[in-house]
Design a protein around this ligand. Structure first.
Ligand code: SF4
Ligand code: SF4
Ligand code: SF4
Length: 270
């Protein structure tokens, strides 16, 4: 996967580009250690009432760890070409997925207070590990064996529920280890972005364009856009291109099939 055009290429990233195996190893290692890492900082923050994770996100992990939004490849304009690394289903087909594990964010939220939502717990699709997933402590205990068809079914269910699909990456957005299905209420990345503007989330390469002739102005898409990219202005539906993450959720929620994803570069210069 190419780095986003807006991504700040450092010497380190150039090294990873030249020797991708290094990035893959680091990504796999980080993926294996992610749960204890998140839990360590959560406990520190709870114990001392500080925001160490937020500090880490903004100052140290920015551009190194986070989520890159990826839409489910439906409702494209025929001329919108997805590259294989932008197609979520293609990524699933090429990967060695053997299991899905539970969602850390929703699990922690539910174990510490009244549940925020009723979204499923088993939604984390580990693309980078294959069979070795069963050997990773903490992941193996909470693993469900699934077929690729079941994974695709899960993605469609998550889409219907309004969950945002993200490729979680480390040590830069080229290298991802898990496909997450995130809710705006519990997700350590999405909820922090929406509440505090944490810089961990990266937009997809697409934006959602509406065909006005099909739009009945029901307002569903506005209600479902977590990023506030849509609004009515003088009775017209407007899209704020800068705010659109290309998640594709408004597409699933439009009763008239009036919205489609188009490649962003055709509309704005990055
Ligand atoms: S990033 Fe999203 S899917 Fe992954 S653990 Fe957090 S909320 Fe769950
Ligand atoms: S308009 Fe909102 S819901 Fe639609 S793709 Fe953009 S960010 Fe997602
Ligand atoms: S959901 Fe579809 S029909 Fe409703 S306002 Fe949005 S684009 Fe128009």
């Amino acid at each position: 996967m190419k780095l986003p055009a807006t991504y700040n290429n450092t010497i380190l990233d150039k090294i990873f580009q030249k020797f991708p195996i290094l990035g893959k190893i680091l990504s796999t290692l980080f993926g294996a250690l992610e749960l204890p890492f998140l839990e360590f900082f959560r406990r520190i923050d709870t114990r001392f009432h500080i925001e160490s994770m937020e500090f880490l996100n903004r100052r140290i992990l920015k551009g190194r760890w986070g989520g890159r939004v990826i839409p489910l490849n439906i409702n494209l304009y025929p001329e919108t070409c997805f590259s294989p690394t932008e197609e979520i289903i293609e990524i699933i087909k090429r990967s060695n997925i053997t299991g899905i594990s539970y969602c850390y964010c929703r699990n922690i939220q539910r174990s510490t207070s009244t549940p925020n939502c009723d979204h499923p717990l088993y939604t984390c699709i580990h693309v980078g590990f294959g069979k070795s997933l069963y050997e990773i402590p903490m992941k193996s205990e909470n693993l469900k064996k699934v077929s690729k068809d079941e994974v695709i079914q899960l993605l469609e269910e998550c889409d219907e529920r309004g969950l945002v699909h993200q490729l979680i990456y480390f040590p830069n957005p080229q290298f991802y280890y898990v496909i997450c299905n995130c809710c705006p209420c519990c997700c350590v990345l999405l909820s922090k972005f929406l509440k505090q503007g944490s810089p961990q989330m990266i937009k997809s390469e697409f934006i959602a364009i509406t065909d006005d002739s099909l739009c009945s102005k029901c307002g569903n898409c506005i209600e479902w856009c977590y990023f506030n990219a849509r609004e009515f202005h003088k009775d017209s539906l407007m899209l704020n291109i800068e705010k659109c993450f290309g998640c594709g959720l408004c597409i699933s929620k439009c009763p008239n099939k009036a919205i489609k994803l188009k490649r962003k570069s055709k509309y704005i210069l990055q």
